[in-house]
Ligand binder design. Sequence first.
Ligand SMILES: [Zn+2]
Ligand SMILES: [Zn+2]
Length: 238
Amino acid sequence: MKSTHFFRRVISILFPARCVGCGGWGRYLCDDCLFKVGFLEKQYCPACKKSAILGFASHGCGKRTSLDQLISLCWYRGVVRSLVMNYKFAPYVKNLESEIERLMLQSLSPEDVFDWSTGIVIPVPLHKSKLKQRGFNQSEAIAHVLAKIVGGEVSASLLVRTRASGVQSSIKDDRLRVQNVRGVFSVNKALIARYSSAKVFVLVDDVYTSGSTLQECARVIKRSFPQSSVVGFTLARG
Ligand SMILES: [Zn+2]
Ligand SMILES: [Zn+2]
């Protein structure tokens, strides 16, 4: 980790931070642009997508969702979109964790994440080939920031992506998105015993769009941990 820190120091000297919103020097998201972020004013049921208190599955929707709760922070537009895009494609040049932490501190309320402090925080995994190509899983970085704020233990190896699924965002039809991720994930069997007493699993992704990826991850986790609740967290919602 020390060499990463040194590397980032060097990078930050060579490429000083500029705001993704206004281009001003000093931060990747300046205070003025942070003020303009569109935070969600309410949360939505992970099944019917109607507004729901604290993002819990609404009455009668429980059977249609493997996610028991879903919390997203901001709308995926403007500076948040720029931040996520920058993060995805230039993670070592742009050290954005501190900006993501500011977004979370600004908008996450204790009741949103009531029992997450003992949770197992799981980033949506990339396929090996994608990870190798990109060198970085942005969901894992977000998972670490979340765990730092709410508590919980990050496990980046419990859930595995067993085959590449292609780019989900290029598929417009929700049913095809569901089919595209079906059977893509599996639980690392060697770790089931270790987490068997976990009450909550918190799945983390950068952006929530149709929800089919998070639902599929949740379904797979529930199959191995039927007594636990599975909740979802995303930085942004499309
Ligand atoms: Zn700015
Ligand atoms: Zn519902």
